[in-house]
Ligand binder design. Structure first.
Ligand code: NAI
Length: 805
C-alpha cells in the first residue's frame, strides 16, 4: 500500500518531538508542532507586558523548540530555512488542526496515563484514514490504545525513533494487536523511502528490540566488571572498537544517555518481566544507585563515569571514576595482547575474533567473552518474543547502537557451533532452538542465498533458512562483485555491471583518495561504457565517497622539486575529468558522506549528481595550502556563466560567494546545504535513504538515456577579469586585516582570485575551459613550491586534519 503523507502533526516539542518534526521538515513534509500551555510567564514575557492568554505565550514551548533547532548540535535540519515548514501551536487552542494531518505523532513524556489521555484527545479530532503513532521508548502500544475505538486502533502503532532522529538510522515500528497490517507495511516503506530510516518491526514488549538488548548488554557488562574487578577505562577499552562497537563504548555512552534515563529504561523491563534470572539482571545495580544519589548522572550533570577537570598545565583532562573509592582519578594506558591484536585486525569480524582468541589467560579477552556470551544468549532467547526475525534484531543493534555486527552476525563470526559448545560447557543455557538448529547440521545463522538477488542472504527463520532478497532499491556493489559482475578492477577502483546497461565505477582505495589507479579506471570506464554500456554511475559503499586526491605522491614530488612530475600529475587529473565530462554516454555521480576536494571535482563533470542527503561536500584544497586544480575552479566559473548567459548580468556578486566558499574551505552540512552553497545544481537530486542511492542514480542515468542523451560540447566561460579579481583580493585583504585568515591564506587567496577571475583579461571576455584549466595548474604548481603549503600537506597526511599556518 502506498502511503500518502503530505502533512504531519507532532505532539510534544521536547528533545524527540522537535527532532522528529525537524526530520519531517527535512523530508519536505510540513508539520504542526504542539505542546502544553505554560502555566506561568517567563521574566522576558512579563517585561513585555504579556499575559498567559497571549498566543505567543500559549504556544511558547513549541515556538521555542523550533527556534532552538538552529542552535542544536548536531544540526537537526538539513537547511535552517526548513524550520519554516514547522508551525508551532498548543494543545488547547490548536488541537483541532490535527484533522488536516495525514500522520499524527505523539512524543510527550514517557508516562502511560499522560499518553493515554492524550490519545483520547487526539481521537476526538481524528479523521478516518489518518495514521496515529506513539514515539514511546518502551510503553505498551496496546495498553496505550485501550479504550480507543476499533477504527482508530486499526490506524494506531508505535514508531520509535532514536535520538537524534535525523542521524540515527533505526526506526522501530511496533504494530498493536489490531493495527491494520497494510498500515504497518505502508508506514515501513514510507519511513524507509521518504524519511530514509532503517525500519525493523518489533513486538509490543517492554523496550522493544534495541533498548531491550542494549540495556541487558550494559547490565551484564556491569556485572562482569564487578566480578572481575575491572576499571571503567578497562571496560571501555574492551567494549569499544575492539568489539566492533562505537568509541563511546559502555560508559561514555551511559554518560551521554544519562544514568537517570538508563535506570528508567531498565526499570521498565524490571517491572514487567516475571520473577527469575532475567528480572535479576534488570534490577538497578548498587553502583548506579550510589552514583545517582550523588547526582553523578552523566554529561548533563557535568560528571558520571567520567569527569572533565582542569589539568595542571591549564588545559583540561578526562578522569574516570574509581568505583571502589567513588573518586575520580587519571587513568593509565590500557594495553594487552588481545587489545593489540584486535587493533591490528581489519574489520569488526576479525577484531572480535582476535580479541576473544587471545585465550583465557588474557583478562580482557575473558571480559569480552563474558559480555559477548551473555548478550548472544539473551538475543537468541528473546527471538520470537521481541521480534520474529534475527535480521531485525541484528539491524536494530547496528542501526540503533551503532554496533558493526548484530548479535547473530557476531555469533556466526566467532564460530557458532564451537562457541555454543563452550557456553554449554561453562554451564550456560543455550536456547533450545539454537541447539536444534545445530543438531540439524547447520553451522551458521546466515548463509549466502541461493537466489540471484543482489546481496541476498538467507537466515534462520522459524527453524529453516529463509531467502532474504533485498528490494530492488538496494543495489549492493559487494554482492554484485561476489557474483562476478566486476567488468574490470585495479587496486583503487572497479567498474561493475549493475544491470540494464548501466555500469558503476566504485572507488575502494584507502579513504577513497584519488590516485593514479583511480584516474586510470575512470578513463577506462568512460571507454568501456562508450563501447558496451548505456550509462555510467560513479558511487561507492565505503564510509565516505572520496576525501580528495592522494597527497602523498604529490608531496614527495614537491619536496624533491620535481616540478615536471607535479605538472604531469595535475594534467592527468584535469584530462581525466575532461574525458569524463565529454563522455558520449551519460554520467551520474552519487556521492555520500565526506566528498571533499578531488571528490567534488569528480562529481562536477557528471551530467547529474544524485547525492545522499547526508553528504558533506566542499572544495577544501585551501586547507592543504592548494587551490582546486582538477577543474573545480573552472566548473564553478562555468556554472555562473551558464546560470546567467545574458552578458549584461553582473557575475561579481556570485563569484564573491564562490571565492568565499573555496577560500575558506567551506563544507556543506548536508546535500541540501550543498545546493544552497551552489555546489549542487538545481537539477541534481537528493536521496533520503543511503541504501537507495545507487539505484536512484541508475534510474537518473537511464532517464537521461531515454531522453536522447547528447554528448556535451566544449563551452566558453565569461570571466570577471582583472577588475573582478581586484574586488576578490580586496575581500581577502579585509579578512586578513580582521585576523580571520593567515598570511599564507592570503597568498593562496590571491592565486585563487586570479584563477576564478580568469586572470588579467578585461571583464566579460569569453575564454575556453582549457584556458581556465591552465590557470588552475599554474597556480597549483606555484603553491606546491611554498614551504607552508608543504607543511599543510604533511600535517594533513600525518594528523588527518588541516594545519592553520
Ligand atoms: P522531553 O522531556 O524532552 O519532552 C517531553 C515533552 O512532553 C515536553 O515538550 C513536555 O512539554 C511535553 N509534556 C509534558 N507533559 C505533558 C502532558 N501532560 N501532555 C502533553 N505534553 C506533555 O522528552 P523526550 O526525550 O522528547 O521524550 C518524548 C518521548 O520520546 C518519550 O515517550 C520518550 O520515552 C521517547 N523517546 C525518547 C528518546 C530520547 O532519547 N530522549 C528516544 C526515543 C524515544
Amino acid at each position: 500500500m502506498a502511503m500518502k503523507i503530505s502533512k504531519a502533526a507532532v505532539i510534544g516539542s521536547g528533545v524527540m518531538g522537535a527532532g522528529i518534526a525537524a526530520h519531517l521538515a527535512n523530508a519536505g513534509i510540513p508539520c504542526l508542532l504542539l505542546d502544553i500551555v505554560p502555566a506561568s510567564l517567563t521574566p522576558d514575557e512579563e517585561a513585555k507586558g504579556l499575559t498567559t492568554d497571549h498566543p505567543a505565550v500559549r504556544s511558547r514551548l513549541a515556538a521555542a523548540a523550533i527556534a532552538r533547532l538552529g542552535q542544536t548540535k548536531p544540526a537537526p535540519l538539513y537547511d535552517e530555512a526548513f524550520a519554516g515548514r514547522i508551525t508551532p501551536g498548543n494543545l488547547e487552542d490548536d488541537l483541532a488542526k490535527i484533522k488536516d494531518a495525514d500522520w499524527i505523532i505523539e512524543a510527550v513524556v514517557e508516562n502511560l496515563a499522560v499518553k493515554r489521555e492524550l490519545l483520547r484527545k487526539i481521537e476526538a479530532h481524528w479523521q478516518p484514514g489518518t495514521i496515529v503513532s506513539s514515539n514511546t521508548s518502551g510503553i505498551s502500544i496496546n495498553a496505550m490504545a485501550e479504550g480507543c475505538g476499533a477504527e482508530f486502533r486499526n490506524h494506531f502503532l508505535g514508531t520509535h525513533f532514536f535520538n537524534p532522529p535525523r542521524y540515527m538510522k533505526l526506526l522501530e515500528i511496533i504494530p498493536g494487536e489490531t493495527t491494520d497490517p497494510a498500515i504497518v507495511d505502508g508506514m515501513k516503506s514510507f519511513c524507509e523511502r521518504t524519511l530514509g530510516k532503517g525500519v525493523v518491526v518489533a513486538k509490543d514488549t517492554p523496550n522493544f528490540i534495541a533498548n531491550r538488548i542494549g540495556t541487558y548488554g550494559l547490565l551484564v557488562t556491569l556485572q562482569a566488571m564487578e566480578g572481575g574487578g575491572f576499571t571503567v577505562e578497562e571496560v571501555d577499552a574492551v567494549t569499544g572498537p575492539a568489539m566492533g562497537r562505537p568509541k563511546s563504548a559502555t560508559f561514555r555512552t551511559l554518560d551521554l544517555v544519562g544514568l537517570d534515563t538508563f535506570v528508567h529504561v531498565a526499570n521498565n523491563v524490571y517491572d514487567k518481566v516475571e520473577e527469575g534470572a532475567e528480572k535479576l539482571v534488570f534490577e538497578t545495580p548498587q553502583v548506579l544507585k550510589d552514583m545517582a544519589a550523588r547526582g553523578w548522572i552523566g554529561e548533563k550533570a557535568g560528571q558520571g563515569f567520567y569527569k572533565k577537570v582542569k589539568s595542571s598545565e591549564g588545559g583540561s583532562e578526562i578522569q574516570s571514576l574509581d568505583l571502589t573509592a567513588m573518586a575520580y582519578a587519571e587513568s593509565g594506558k590500557i594495553s594487552s595482547p588481545s587489545l593489540e591484536a584486535a587493533k591490528a585486525a581489519k574489520g569488526a569480524k576479525e577484531k572480535i575474533k582476535a580479541l576473544l582468541g587471545a585465550g583465557a589467560a588474557d583478562r580482557y579477552a575473558g571480559l569480552a567473552w563474558a559480555i559477548t556470551k551473555k548478550t548472544l544468549l539473551y538475543s537468541a532467547e528473546k527471538l520470537g518474543e521481541i521480534a520474529d526475525s534475527i535480521v531485525d534484531i541484528d539491524r536494530a543493534m547496528k542501526w540503533g547502537f551503532s554496533w558493526e555486527l548484530g548479535p547473530f552476525e557476531t555469533w556466526d563470526a566467532i564460530g557458532l557451533r564451537r562457541t555454543a559448545e563452550q557456553m554449554e560447557a561453562e554451564g550456560e543455557a543455550v536456547p533450545a532452538w539454537v541447539k536444534e538448529w545445530l543438531a540439524a547440521g547447520n553451522e551458521s545463522f546466515y548463509r549466502k542465498a541461493e537466489a540471484e538477488g543482489m546481496g541476498a542472504v538467507s537466515f534462520v527463520y522459524q527453524g529453516r533458512y529463509k531467502e532474504d532478497v533485498p528490494p530492488p532499491e538496494h543495489i549492493s556493489l559487494r554482492g554484485l562483485k561476489e557474483r562476478n559482475k566486476a567488468i574490470r578492477s585495479n587496486s583503487g577502483a572497479s567498474l561493475i555491471d549493475i544491470g540494464d546497461g548501466v555500469a558503476c565505477l566504485e572507488f575502494h582505495s584507502p579513504n577513497n583518495a584519488i590516485g593514479a589507479d583511480i584516474l586510470t579506471m575512470i578513463r577506462q570506464s568512460v571507454d568501456e561504457v562508450q563501447a558496451n554500456y548505456e550509462a555510467l554511475v560513479i558511487a561507492g559503499e565505503g564510509r565516505n565517497f572520496c576525501v580528495g586526491a592522494n597527497l602523498m605522491l604529490l608531496l614527495m614530488e614537491a619536496q624533491d622539486e620535481e616540478w615536471d612530475e607535479v605538472d604531469a600529475i595535475i594534467q592527468v587529473f584535469q584530462n581525466t575529468m575532461m574525458k569524463l565530462k565529454h563522455s558520449a554516454k551519460p554520467v551520474v555521480a552519487a556521492p555520500h558522506r565526506m566528498t571533499l576536494g578531488g571528490g567534488v571535482e569528480v562529481c562536477m563533470p557528471a551530467d547529474r549528481v544524485v547525492a545522499d542527503a547526508e553528504t558533506y561536500y566542499g572544495l577544501v584544497e585551501v586547507g592543504v595550502g592548494l587551490i582546486p586544480a582538477g577543474g573545480g575552479c573552472k566548473e564553478m566559473a562555468l556554472r555562473l556563466t551558464q546560470a546567467d548567459p545574458d552578458p549584461e548580468i553582473d557575475l561579481q556578486p556570485h563569484m564573491n560567494r564562490v571565492f568565499l566558499n573555496i577560500g575558506t574551505a567551506k563544507v556543506s552540512t548536508s546535500a541540501h546545504d550543498a545546493k544552497r552553497l551552489g555546489y549542487l545544481r538545481p537539477a541534481d537530486r537528493i536521496v533520503m535513504n543511503a541504501d537507495h542511492r545507487i539505484y536512484e542514480a541508475k534510474q537518473s542515468a537511464l532517464r537521461l538515456v531515454q531522453a536522447g542523451y547528447e554528448q556535451p560540447q566544449p563551452e566558453k566561460i565569461r570571466v570577471i577579469g582583472a577588475d573582478g579579481k581586484a574586488v576578490l583580493k580586496l575581500g581577502a585583504r579585509a579578512m586578513r586585516d580582521g585576523g580571520y585568515i593567515s598570511d599564507h591564506d592570503l597568498l593562496i587567496a590571491g592565486k585563487l582570485a586570479h584563477v576564478l577571475a580568469g586572470g588579467d583579461l578585461p571583464a566579460g571576455t569569453m575564454v575556453t575551459e582549457q584556458y581556465m584549466l591552465d590557470l588552475e595548474r599554474e597556480a597549483f604548481l606555484s603553491l606546491c613550491g611554498e614551504p607552508k603549503t608543504q607543511q599543510r600537506m604533511q600535517y594533513m597526511l600525518s594528523k588527518g586534519k588541516p594545519l592553520r599556518n
